[in-house]
Design a binder for this molecule. Structure first.
Ligand code: AMP
Ligand code: GLY
Length: 420
């Protein structure tokens, strides 16, 4: 099969790495890819938000299967255009992608599905939103309705912060994403993520993970896209996973189908766990980044078969071959991220790494310049490893990270602290 992956981060490097292990893959193109992906696959220049451009590229290159990595092309309807033209696509329709693109939509689905989540109210004007905050008090959570690159959520521990967030959002800080605001009850507990594949009817759990969103050790400091992750997440016990599937994921999928927008692709449920019960924090309509890196390392070649089964409506006959293993990924970011940081810094040592099925340096933001790898983003590399125990996976991941010669990098040293 000829396969096209859309995206160019660490998530897509991990997807490409797993897909290439499957003998079904004859040819792999990643658009736009990055310098790490270019080591293993063909990278193509393509505007992945332009559905017609993607469609003609897929036709020209005799693509059989398209895997969509990030949410933006899904929200832009790229999968619909491809599917309509007869391509097999892994990724939900534009309508179903609303589960990530609109917080209000997700809340409505949860209400209809009776899925446990935070209580909420929805506002299109600032004054009633302020009144609601004053009435309910802090802690309280203020969210821009639309896609805001992970920055549209303010967890306000006091009323002043919550009111300031309302001013920001209706003042245009988040553009159109903030024109509508959801205000939520603050949920206490431990967060973890559950990943399921869905073909519209059947759902198949493919793993749990825990991300580390704050920049600083001990989960302090600013929010980031994620500084490291591991899988499985022990806080999601079998019993809690089952409860989440029964009370949250399956009813959500049933409600989506009932509304004529069956969900097909990967659904990433961010869960808050307290008192042995999970409540939904948010849905994402894609793999997490960097959570995908640990899931792919654990699933390996079968990831491709599972994604294909989801895309072709055959999940009922699919099985995950579980290994009793653990994986961890540690992000190397540019110092200063998520604030201002330098780009174009030379990164040494990447050519000399020993990589295999249990050790991989996935590239998130790198490019080649004058024969060297240079940094080209905030989150730049993902040192990823697998082992029989989490402690061993962690030792391997940090050993891999420490082989990189990049003085301008920053690495959180406590990934996995909750589980270890
Ligand atoms: P979201 O983009 O909705 O996942 O929100 C980003 C982060 O904000 C989540 O990963 C949580 O850490 C936090 N968060 C969101 N909603 C809530 C809530 N209702 N209670 C507590 N924390 C929340
Ligand atoms: N790592 C968090 C996310 O992908 O949304």
């Amino acid at each position: 099969m000829n396969i096209l992956i859309l995206g160019g981060g660490g998530r897509e490097h991990a997807l490409a790495w797993a897909v290439l292990q499957n003998p079904k893959c004859d040819k792999l193109i990643v658009a736009p890819g990055n310098a790490g992906i270019a080591q293993i696959a063909e990278c193509a220049v393509l505007d992945i938000l332009d559905a017609e451009a993607v469609l003609s590229f897929a036709g020209d290159n005799l693509i059989d299967f398209v895997i969509v990595g990030p949410e933006a092309p899904l929200a832009a309807g790229v999968s619909d255009v491809l599917r309509k033209a007869g391509f097999t696509v892994f990724g939900p329709s534009q309508a179903a992608a609303e589960l990530e693109a609109s917080k209000r939509f997700t809340k409505e689905i949860c209400d209809a599905a009776n899925a446990p989540t935070a209580g909420y109210a929805h506002f299109t004007e600032a004054e009633p939103a302020r009144a609601y905050i004053r009435e309910n008090g802090a802690p309280i959570v203020v969210k821009a309705d639309g896609l805001a690159a992970g920055k549209g959520v303010i967890v306000a521990m006091d009323e002043t912060t919550a009111l300031a967030a309302i001013d920001d959002m209706f003042g245009g800080t988040f553009g159109a994403a903030g024109a509508e605001v959801v205000i939520e009850e603050f949920m206490d507990g431990e967060e973890a993520s559950l990943f399921v594949l869905s073909d519209g009817e059947t759902i198949l759990p493919i793993g749990t993970a825990q991300d580390h969103k704050r920049i600083g050790e001990g989960d302090m400091g600013l929010n980031t896209g994620g500084m490291g992750a591991y899988s499985p997440a022990p806080v999601l016990t079998d019993a809690i996973t089952q409860q989440a599937l029964d009370e949250i994921l399956r009813p959500t999928m049933a409600e989506m189908a009932r509304r004529g927008m069956p969900y097909q692709g990967v659904l990433y449920a961010g869960l808050m766990i307290q008192d042995d019960r999970a409540r939904l924090v948010e849905y994402n309509v894609r793999f997490g980044d960097p959570e995908c890196q640990v899931l792919m390392m654990r699933l390996g070649a079968q990831a491709m078969d599972l994604m294909q089964a989801a895309a072709e409506g055959r999940l009922a006959e699919a099985r995950v071959n579980w290994a009793d293993d653990h994986a961890m990924t540690v992000v190397l970011s540019a110092a200063g991220y998520p604030g201002d940081y330098a780009k174009g810094e030379v990164i040494g040592g990447l050519e000399d790494l020993t990589e295999d099925s249990s050790h991989m340096m996935f590239h998130a933001g790198t490019e080649r310049a004058e024969g060297a790898y240079v940094s080209n983003g905030g989150r730049v590399l993902n040192a990823t490893a697998r082992a029989a125990t989490l402690q061993e996976a962690r030792d391997r991941a940090y050993a891999l990270a420490d082989q990189v010669d990049w003085p301008g990098s920053y690495v959180r040293r406590d990934i996995g602290w909750r589980a270890l």
